[in-house]
Structures are given as structure tokens and as C-alpha cells.
Design a protein around this ligand. Structure first.
Ligand code: C2O
Length: 584
């Protein structure tokens, strides 16, 4: 594809960017043939699909399956039961999802008449993405090895288009155009598929009524701005009630770190809403030169509070499962940064990338797949050699994700934002394959705490195989004595991706009732590549309908030319007590 005068080789699905939307009804069984004609290993993840008793179709390389090699294919089969709204699909091979993604729309079984809101005239996917001018697999390698030095994202996109804020040698980039009829209501299914940024989304002269998030209905919430982090989806009604004589810019603009922190390139995409009028024939009408669209007034470039309140205002309605009334397991997880030495010898601070690799961590451990996982995905090891299984001779070492951080400090101390002795002491870290195992049916509380060591980064944490009840969020350090009282246990929003605010925290509950090996990771792509991830292993229940069935016969086998082979494992971490998977 060529944008901004530069041709870039990109992997796409069916020749489209975004890829084709998959449209299904609640309760459907879906079968998708993935034929890999690219030069990369590929898996596809169905983001937000619960995959009940079907972890095999979750599409995470070396966690749930061996990747589909070039010139190979695989059929994913899953059902979408008990879920309605907007989800999406994307490659789960790191970074490729920038161009290998599309919408996954689940309508009610009995059609649009059963929406808990006014039936829209049309439904429009709006995918916010980003445009890179580099090889994305190379990008991921650099992130993992700590050699990535510059930011090559050049622009945001709306449905694959950069829009007329961008031009090169006088050639203006195409923008996405939404044609509307006066007075009609549209359902926008907004997806943030970008690798790295949270976005504000606005349309001049219009307001939105948010009706769902992450394929869960919310109480209607009216706003003129939508905040959406990587991995999140928002369904919003748009009424075409502005003057039909005008046209209106729609803008997606990334949220920048505080001005005192560090600078990132400003990412923006611009599209247009145009009204069809009965006498001009609508779509074919070229805009005249006097037809300058009205521009929305965006929140301040560094304003994160608009997002904080947007997320805080979401409440659920028509929830399918009750809010738990007790908690079995509690985890307090710090999201932080650190470094390991490149060659094992003592090294200086993370700023010096010659000697050290910068990583990000959950409870002070940065996730790295075990070397043995190159031979078989974790899910296979778990299935064949896991708890109460008699087979031997396969298996891998995993390490328990600590329940709490080992490093205790004032997590949101702003003195840590800039390098200095205080911050350097916190840096040395370790790399390991961490996991946490849960009894079938356990209710789990996870409090995610961002730290100032990560500067002002925010972390959209995505859990596979389960939705989470988002009970509360806050700025500063979480304090159970004070904050539990603020939990919304009446109508908490239900999400597969929870945005943990910068220098703040978010508390969730989920019920571990879906047996398998589920990836939990930050959907900010740099963070996932740099180790902000772990796996949650959910045990089988006692009945056949709570037990993971055997793998489908056509699940790919791992080949020797597997380019996902993980590199060195840090020797500093102690042996696992998730030993049931530890067989070798
Ligand atoms: Cu949308 Cu594990 O990702």
C-alpha cells in the first residue's frame, strides 16, 4: 500500500484493510478458514469471544496453538452464545495485527428488534487504527530485544484511511466518508485496533449515545466524545440531527503523555459525515470548494481526565451473569517497567540500551515463553500432562505469578517518572513464563496498579476467555481500606479489556469458569511484546460440561521452522509451584 508517498509491504486479509467484517447472530456456530498466503506465521484471535470449552480456538501462538505456517491453513470453529455486540478479530502474532484485523459483529438471535435501544437505520463499523511504515515483524523483534529506537507510526486511520489532515507533495490522503440521511439513527460500532494509542473520537456538531462496550450492553450514556483504548470496542448511536446543508469532520486523535513526561508523535485521522439530501442524489455529489466541513473541538492533547470520566461513567444493563457475592482469590498486580542485562554481566540503567533490555512487568516479572514451549503450545502441555493426567514426557516449566508485588514502594510517586537513583534501584527485573492457576468456578479479584516507573503509560489489560466486572478505578495508589467501599457491585460494566489509568488502578472480578490456558496481557502492543503478560490456567470442573474437550483434529502441529521460538530464559527466577505442568 502507498500512503504519504511511501510504498509499504503489508499483510492483509482478502486484500482489504480493515479486513472483512464477520457478521453473525447470537447462538451461531462460526467456521472460518484461514489460508495463510503471507510470508509470516499467523494465528487469528477472536477478541472477546469467550470460547467456552473451546480454548483450542483462541488463536494465541504457542499458548493455545502452533501457528499456521506460510502456505498452510486452518479452520477455526467456535460459537457465539450469550454474547451480543461488537467484537473483533486480529492476528495474535505480535504487531501484525496492525493490518490483520476486522470487526466481528454479533447481532441478537431475533434481529435488530431486540436491541435494548432504538432500532438503527444502519450499522457502521468504525475501526480506528494506525499506519506504520516499517516491517511489523521486525518491529516486534526490536521491541523484544530492546533495540527499538524510534517510533515509526506516522498516522492514525479511520477504516483504513488517514484523511485530509495528511498530505505529501500536495497529494491529500483519502478520508473515510459516512453518508447519512437527515433525522436517521446510526449505530457506530467503534473498535480501537491500533497498536499503541488510546484515542478520543468526535464528530463535529453531533453527540453520541453509548449503548454497549466490549459486546456488553451499558445504560445509555450521552456524550460528545468517546475515549477508546487498544482492544476496546464502543457501540454508540449517532442521530443525524445537524443541519443537512453542512458537513462534519469526524476525528480520531491519540491521547498524549503529560507534557513534562516525554513526547510521542501526534497521531490523527480525519473523516467526514455528509448528509444526503433528497434533491442532490447524495453519494455522487462532489463537495464544492466552499463546502468546508465543521471541525470538532477535541479535548486537550494531554488531557487524560476525559477518558477517566468516560470509562467511569459506564454501567451495565441486561447483564447475562450476576455480579459475584464473594471472592475466592485475590491478586494485586503492579504494572511496571525494569531492565535485564543483555549479556548477563552487571549493567547500568535502562536508558543505556547497549547493555540492558528494557522490559515491562506484572508483579516484577516480565513474561517470556519457556524455551520448551517452542515444541508444543502451553495448552497442549496442560491438556496432556497437566493436573491429574498420567501421561509423561512433555510439559514445560512455568512460574507462579506472585499474588503481590515483591517490590513495595510508593507506586505512583512522581519522582520515579524521571530516571534517577530512586528509580534505578527498582529497575533490575527478571524474565520468566508466569502463570496462575484457578479452581474451576473460583471468583477472582484482580487489582491492577500502574506505577510511575512506567512513566505515564496507561494499560488496557485484556483477559482471554472471560469477561471482567469492572468494579472501580482510581488515581494514585489503591487502598483496600478506602477503595473497596467504592466498588460498584450493582451495575458494573462488563469488559474483556479494562483500562488501567496512568498512575492509577482498576479493580475487577471475574469467574474462572472456562477451563483452559488463557492469555492475560496489555493490549498496548509494545507492552505485550516487552512482557506485560501472564497466563491464567483454569482447571476443569467435575462434570463433562465443565471439562475442556480434546483438541480438534486439524489443529496445526509445530514445525521446526517456527520463527516464534522464544529466546533466553532468565535464570534468576526460582522453580515453579505450578508444577503439574512441569514434567520435563
Ligand atoms: Cu485482542 Cu490477546 O488480544
Amino acid at each position: 500500500m502507498t500512503h504519504l508517498c511511501k510504498e509499504t509491504l503489508v499483510a492483509v486479509v482478502n486484500g482489504q484493510l480493515p479486513g472483512p467484517a464477520i457478521e453473525v447472530r447470537e447462538g451461531d456456530t462460526v467456521a472460518i478458514n484461514v489460508i495463510n498466503k503471507s510470508r509470516y506465521n499467523i494465528t487469528i484471535h477472536w477478541h472477546g469471544v469467550k470460547q467456552r470449552l473451546n480454548c483450542w480456538a483462541d488463536g494465541v501462538p504457542m499458548i493455545t496453538q502452533c501457528p499456521i505456517l506460510p502456505n498452510h491453513s486452518m479452520t477455526y470453529r467456535f460459537n457465539v452464545t450469550g454474547q451480543e455486540g461488537t467484537l473483533w478479530w486480529h492476528s495474535h502474532v505480535p504487531s501484525l495485527r496492525a493490518t490483520v484485523h476486522g470487526a466481528l459483529i454479533i447481532r441478537p438471535r431475533h434481529g435488530a428488534a431486540s436491541y435494548p435501544f432504538v432500532k438503527p437505520h444502519r450499522e457502521i463499523p468504525v475501526i480506528v487504527g494506525d499506519w506504520w511504515q516499517m516491517d511489523l515483524v521486525q518491529l516486534n523483534k526490536e521491541l523484544k530485544n530492546g533495540t527499538y529506537e524510534y517510533n515509526a507510526t506516522v498516522a492514525a486511520t479511520i477504516n483504513g484511511k488517514l484523511g485530509d489532515v495528511h498530505n505529501c507533495s500536495g497529494k491529500i490522503e483519502d478520508g473515510y466518508v459516512l453518508e447519512v440521511e437527515p433525522g436517521k439513527t446510526y449505530l457506530l460500532r467503534i473498535i480501537n485496533a491500533a497498536l499503541t494509542s488510546e484515542y478520543y473520537f468526535k464528530i463535529a456538531g453531533h453527540r453520541f449515545t453509548v449503548v454497549a462496550a466490549d459486546a456488553n450492553y451499558v445504560n445509555p450514556y450521552t456524550t460528545d466524545v468517546i475515549a477508546i483504548a487498544p482492544g476496546e470496542t464502543v457501540d454508540a448511536l449517532l442521530v443525524a440531527d445537524a443541519s443537512p446543508a453542512g458537513s462534519y469532520y469526524m476525528v480520531a486523535q491519540d491521547i498524549q503523555p503529560p507534557i513534562t513526561d516525554y513526547t510521542e508523535p501526534k497521531l490523527i485521522a480525519r473523516g467526514t459525515v455528509r448528509y444526503q439530501s433528497s434533491n442532490n442524489g447524495g453519494e455522487d455529489e462532489a463537495p464544492s470548494s466552499s463546502d468546508v466541513p465543521m471541525a470538532p473541538e477535541m479535548p486537550g492533547l494531554h488531557d487524560r481526565m476525559v477518558s477517566f470520566y468516560f470509562h467511569g461513567n459506564l454501567t451495565s444493563q441486561h447483564r447475562r451473569s450476576p455480579v459475584p457475592t464473594h471472592v475466592d482469590d485475590r491478586l494485586f498486580v503492579t504494572l511496571s517497567a525494569g531492565s535485564v542485562c543483555r549479556h548477563g554481566q552487571s549493567c547500568k540503567r535502562r536508558g543505556n540500551i547497549q547493555e540492558s533490555i528494557i522490559l515491562v512487568t506484572m508483579n516484577d516479572v516480565s513474561f517470556l515463553l519457556p524455551t520448551a514451549a517452542a515444541a508444543a503450545p502451553l495448552l497442549e502441555s496442560h491438556y496432556y500432562y497437566g493436573q491429574n493426567k498420567t501421561a509423561t514426557g512433555g510439559g514445560v516449566d512455568l512460574h507462579t505469578l506472585p499474588d503481590r508485588p515483591r517490590k513495595k514502594f510508593n507506586f505512583t510517586d512522581s519522582a520515579l517518572i524521571h530516571h534517577g537513583p530512586k528509580e534505578e534501584r527498582l529497575e533490575p527485573t527478571e524474565r520468566a513464563a508466569t502463570a496462575r492457576r484457578f479452581r474451576h468456578g473460583a471468583t477472582v479479584e484482580v487489582v491492577f496498579q500502574s506505577t510511575a516507573v512506567m512513566q505515564s503509560h496507561y494499560n488496557p489489560m485484556h483477559l482471554h476467555g472471560h469477561d471482567m466486572f469492572v468494579l472501580a478505578q482510581g488515581l494514585g495508589n489503591y487502598d483496600a481500606a478506602r477503595d473497596v467501599a467504592r466498588y460498584n457491585v450493582v451495575d458494573p460494566p462488563v469488559k474483556n479489556t479494562v483500562l488501567v489509568p496512568s498512575l492509577g488502578w482498576a479493580a475487577v472480578w471475574f469467574v474462572a469458569d472456562n477451563p483452559g490456558v488463557w492469555y492475560l496481557h496489555c493490549h498496548y502492543e509494545y507492552h505485550a511484546s516487552m512482557g506485560m503478560a501472564t497466563v491464567f490456567i483454569v482447571d476443569d470442573g467435575t462434570t463433562a460440561d465443565s471439562t475442556l474437550p480434546p483438541p480438534p483434529a486439524d489443529l496445526p502441529k509445530c514445525g521446526h521452522n517456527n520463527n516464534l521460538t522464544p529466546n533466553e530464559l532468565n535464570p534468576h527466577v526460582g522453580k515453579s509451584d505450578v508444577s503439574y505442568i512441569n514434567i520435563v
